[in-house]
Design a protein around this ligand. Sequence first.
Ligand SMILES: [Zn+2]
Length: 337
Amino acid sequence: MTRGVGATPHDKGSPAVRVEGLYVGRFAPSPTGPLHAGSLVAALASWLDARAHNGRWLVRIEDVDQPRCVPGADTFILQQLATCGLHPDAPPQWQSARSSLYQRALDQLVAQGDAYPCACSRKDIEDAHAAQGHARERHAALPYPGTCRHGLHGRTGRSWRFNVTDFKPKQPIALVDHAWSATYSVADGMLQWRDRRLGRQQQQVANAVGDFVLRRADGLWAYQLAVVVDDADQGITDVVRGEDLADNTPRQILLQQALGVPTPRYLHTPLVCGDNGEKLSKQNGAQALELQNPVVALSQAALALGLPAVANLHNICIPDALAQWVAAWRRNYNGPP
Ligand SMILES: [Zn+2]
């Protein structure tokens, strides 16, 4: 049966594993440079959401893509967070130290028949699309055409992919919360979930991205796998992150289901744009945060999140400002009173 839009937010059969009252959130920066105004918005949002739920807030350094990491950026980011009064409730974790967990997850997926080796280079994939008459839109990633899904035919595997196309979940998605919503329809491959800010979302993963990479040809772990394994391992109940990552969510929910781990709730925050109208990012040259007066930087982040300005901005201390925003966040995002 296809579950259409408007279905009840949870299936009777869905196991809910959320322990009532427990909340674990996280901020997961990539150490490719210092925090900028956009990444502070994501950091502040995840911290406020955890505090508004009387929960725990963890920091995870997402450094699986080692060639892109800048030495010392991790330490600098942790200092920036501390300067802003955003202190994690446990020591930070580094993804680069967790390869054995990712390998175990890949082994499980391979054993289940949910992952397969792929011999294709980027050019092979482009050629396969060209042969089928698909034009490539500028900057658009091409969905994987499925060349190696049913065997390498004598070629040598370079990467590992998740078999979205043939994936048939054995049970409904296990949600951290009964009042949450995510469903996958095998009939049409449509994954639907409800984002706490964006509302109802959906994606046909097989059509939109195809069988996606779990381990890259260069041996590095793909972001999707590392995030899912870490969120499960750290017991994350709520993912609060920038809206640019929203379209990763369906892939991550499918991986959670394949690995038999619970699906957290998701809230994607507004992006901060620079003067050129593009999203602020390290790639397009966002300036490092000016933290001589951290309350001012925090206040700009709070405004980007739709929170009210605090009075006496230049005289208020960080904990008092944060406390005002926690109260405002609770009103906006339905935390406990
Ligand atoms: Zn291939």
